[in-house]
Structure formats: C-alpha cells, structure tokens
Design a binder for this molecule. Sequence first.
Ligand SMILES: *Cc1c(COP(=O)(O)O)cnc(C)c1O
Length: 391
Amino acid sequence: MTQQQNQFMSTPAAEAAPAPVSFVAPRRTLMGPGPSDVHPRVLAAMAQPTIGHLDPAFVGLMDTIKQQLRRVFRTQNELTMPVSGPGSVGMEACFVNILEPGDTIVVCENGVFGGRMKQVAQRCGAKVVAVDDPWGRAIDPAKVDAALTQHPDAKALAFVHAETSTGALSDAATLAEIARKHGVLTIVDAVTSLGGVPLEVDAWQLDAVYSGTQKCLSAPPGLSPVTFSARAVEVAKQRKTPVQSWFMDINLVTGYWSGGAKRAYHHTAPVNALYGLHEALCLVEEEGLENAWARHRRVHEQLVAGLEGLGLKMLVPAAERIPQLNAVMIPDGVSDEAALRSRLLTEFGLEIGAGLGEFAGKVWRIGLMGQSCTEAHVQRCLDALKSVLGR
Ligand SMILES: *Cc1c(COP(=O)(O)O)cnc(C)c1O
C-alpha cells in the first residue's frame, strides 16, 4: 500500500464509509396498485445512450410520443404531452392551470385520490365543494348534478375515473355530460384508467386529463401524460393571475413540447424515461388499445373467479369494478395481514397492495395492470395466496 493510500485510509471518515456496492434489483412479480411489470423491451430502450434533449433526433421522438399519446387518450387535443413527474405532478399541473384563487370547484371523493384532489385544489386557493361517496363505490352522478345546481358559480368539476385505492370505476362520460350542462370544465384523473379501460377524451369531451406511466402503460414511474381541450387551454390563457407554479405553467411548458424547430428550453426532459414511454406506447399500439381493454376485462374475470373459488369476497360491486385493480376482503382469521404480504414477497417474489385509509388492514389490492395482466400472473397469484392462506 502506498503512503498516499495510507494517509487517505487513516482518516476516520474514510474508515467509516462502506465500500460502494452497486444495487441489484430483486426479481419481482408486480401485482400491486403500480408500478406494474415493465417489458424487457422498455428496459432495453431506456438503457440506450442519453442524447441531448434538444438533439433533432430527440425532438423527433417528442413529436412521436405526442402523437402516440393522442391515440391512447383518443383525442385530437393539440396540448397533449407527458409532464416530467409522476401522476401527482400531472394532477397538480391540471389544477394549477385551471384554478385561480377564489374560484369554486366541485371535487368528488370516493377514495384516496379524490381526497388528494381536494387538497391540491385548496392549495390553489380555490373554494372546494366536496361530493362524498362511500369508498368502494362509483361516484353518484345525481349528487354531482345537485352540487353543481347549488353552486352555479363553480368553474370546474374534478373526479377520479378509476379509483385505485378501492378499485371503483365511475361513469366519466355521464359526469362530463353533467358538467357541460352546468357549463363547467372537467378535471379527470385517468392515472389508472388509461390503457386498462375505455377512456374517450374527445367523445366524452373531457377538459383536463392526466395519467401516469407505471399503471396500465407499464413504463417505469416518473412521467405523467396530460391532455387539455381547447376550452381548458383558453381558460389557462385567460387567467388574471399567473399560474403559481413556474414549472407546471402550460403557457411555458408548451413552448418546449411544441413548435418543432422553435422549441425553447424550459427544463431538461428526462430523456431515457421518454425512450421507455415511447417503447411502452409501441407495445400498447402493437396489441391494439381495444384489445388491451378486452384483455384487462377477461383476465380480471379469471382472477375474480379464482379468488371467489378460494372463498374470498370482492369489495366493489361487480358492475362498478375496474379490472386492473381488484380489492379483495382479507378473510376472517387472518390476524397479521402484513406478515402474509411479506411472505408473498419473500417466498414468491410477489407484490400485492395493502388497503388504504378506511380499508387499511381490511382489503388487499391485487393489480392486473398492463404487462402484469396475464393469465400466468393470475395463476401465480392464486397459487401463492392458496399457500399463505393454507387453503
Ligand atoms: C397512482 C395514482 C395517482 C398518483 O400517481 P403517482 O405516480 O403515484 O404520483 C393518482 N391517481 C390515481 C387514481 C392513481 O392510481
């Protein structure tokens, strides 16, 4: 050992620091509320060399991704792009652009994510009118109609299409129709619905819609596809007050995500994450969006039949279920459900989700999202559950 190394090693801080060790991710089967399994093609796409975010090749990729997102959102909306950040950032982006301090908004809450919407709207300085429905049930359109009748000054209606905390699907087309009747915009959480169940942004005339990459699109987390109707863009442009978030101000971000050669620096897009999103969208389009919806429904029915065969009960009534997230009641006699989930993870490499909020400790949430929605996944999950439940 040289003198120099000796001196270096003799400092206490250096002695205390462990040798750096690369992280090796364990192999898992992801059947929770997201992230879902990522296809090797997506991982390989992300391992390509990083290029400059203003490189013409990357600018071309950005344009391609915008076109792909328009197709999966079923929209012609010019403003359609992935926001750099997870689904919650897409949520914030919609609220901060639409709402100004003092505005009134009707927010539906039938689970965790409706509750998060309320908090975001409050932080925008809006007056929030809450429409509460029981957790595990769809949003009741009659209550929404009544709330909008009572609050004619409302600017927007916000709701979650597919509530991942419970597995309940709400009727987005009907809710949007009610909003239009009252002349208000819609802000729609499609984080879990996009790619898993029918979502028709243009046909249903939704206004500000956000999603996420790690649910039914099966890309890693970290990007949030959003789309704004011309009406929503107009509202954001006509604001009296500037959007309180510089980063999420669509009037600034669109200068980066549109305009071809005129593209102006706004922030550095997550280059490799976008390679991944592109490949994930290619997979969705190769299968066909409608085929993907049908697969989610078919595999969900297999899972439900299997769970009921084990004597387990579903939380959500059959007509209100989303196929991609299945909340199942934890059977009586299981005293430590967390221990069972941890056995699933360590003995079977299988991740399922815990219950949230009022369903913590009462349900498990089994995801069938994107690449995690196959018959083989259902079989693996049922076999593992059978084993840990001793059935
Ligand atoms: C996962 C999820 C979110 C939040 O997305 P993050 O990527 O975790 O920020 C929002 N809404 C719904 C319905 C979700 O399932």
